[in-house]
Write a new protein. Structure first.
Length: 338
């Protein structure tokens, strides 16, 4: 989920749904009486066809169906040439919508922020070809001006041979290493083999920095090349890696508790449900394919009501498969239960 705009003092947020799991979070945010506005198909009065238009409705019913969230209510605003009355939004991944509440409660704001996975991520992009290199930062708010990355190093350097070529490499490596601690990952890109040369030098001289590097082919350098890096999905892959890393860490913590046999970890849905009812669950781990099932929803609700934290663990990596092999649901406990 992405927060596109917000003024919670006035009860307003504009959100973009980015994946199915966001819908599960929204199920607990959208409530009766909320005003929702989005583009939705509605029947035209003359001609009986449907066309997409902006509609605002007052929510009366919410129904989570896994890959969509159905919100039904009476239309409060719509074009004059379409039918009014009651309408249903089928919110899905990719949709944007606006929401107004009389009051945003703190836990609702926190849930939206958690679903948005707000991170102050910073990625250094170095695009290099023969005799020329460009640097940029990519953050969650966009691309920083190339000249702002490091004012002491020009945005472009021109091709030379021998010692000067070594100096060319040295200057690039200097910029990368000075910025390495400030960024989460480094993208080395460009149309030729120079990125390989830079990466090899980093592996020899700065292996810790080299571990942060991913390589990406681009057809050009400069600002257009940075845009190409984004379009090719390199940034999305980095963010997804971060998601997997977080999931692996919580699974490893669960497994450590199992191995210690300290009674602070349980699995199998029945045992986890019992622990949730007792308020013993600190961290609930549940596979992504189970969140739409009613019996698991009840457990998740119980954990949230007791201020526990829910971790959706995907099955697209080994740690997720481990949880799946244990029944798809597991928990780290606050205290040992009988």
């Amino acid at each position: 989920m992405k927060i596109l705009n917000q003024d919670t003092k006035d009860g307003y947020m504009k959100l973009r749904i980015e994946k199915d799991e966001d819908l599960w979070h929204l199920k607990y945010v959208i409530e009766e009486g909320d005003l929702l506005k989005t583009r939705s198909p509605r029947t035209i009065i003359e001609g009986r066809e449907k066309r997409k238009c902006m509609i605002k409705l007052e929510t009366e019913k919410i129904d989570f169906q896994g890959n969509r969230l159905r919100t039904t209510g009476e239309i409060r605003e719509a074009p004059e040439d379409v039918e009014h009355g009651y309408h249903t939004f089928n919110l899905e991944a990719g949709d944007e919508f606006e929401i107004w509440k009389e009051e945003w409660r703190n836990y609702q704001i926190e849930r939206v922020k958690k679903a948005a996975r707000i991170q102050n991520y910073k990625i250094l992009v170095c695009l290099v070809e023969k005799g020329e290199s460009n640097f940029a930062y990519i953050t969650e708010t966009g691309i920083q001006d190339l000249a702002d990355v490091d004012v002491n190093i020009p945005g472009k350097m021109y091709h030379t041979d021998g010692e000067e070529k070594e100096s060319f490499y040295g200057q690039i490596i200097s910029v990368i290493t000075r910025n390495a601690e400030k960024v989460d990952r480094i993208i080395l890109g460009g149309p030729g083999f120079e990125k390989e040369n830079i990466h090899n030098r980093l592996k020899e001289e700065y292996p810790d920095v080299a571990d942060k590097v991913i390589k990406e082919d681009t057809s050009v350098t400069g600002y257009t090349g940075v845009q190409e890096v984004i379009k090719r999905g390199a940034v999305d892959r980095i963010i997804d890696e971060s998601r997997v890393s977080e999931e692996v860490q919580i699974v490893e913590e669960f497994l450590k508790n199992i191995n210690k046999e300290n009674g602070k970890a349980v699995y199998e849905s029945k045992k986890v449900a019992e622990a949730a009812e007792m308020g013993a669950v600190e961290d609930l781990l549940v596979n992504d394919n189970l969140i739409t099932e009613k019996r698991y929803e009840k457990v998740m609700e119980a954990v949230e009501n007791q201020a526990g934290e829910i971790h959706i663990i995907h099955t697209d990596h080994e740690a997720g498969q481990k949880i799946k092999s244990l029944g798809g649901m597991a928990a780290i406990l606050r205290f040992k239960i009988q």
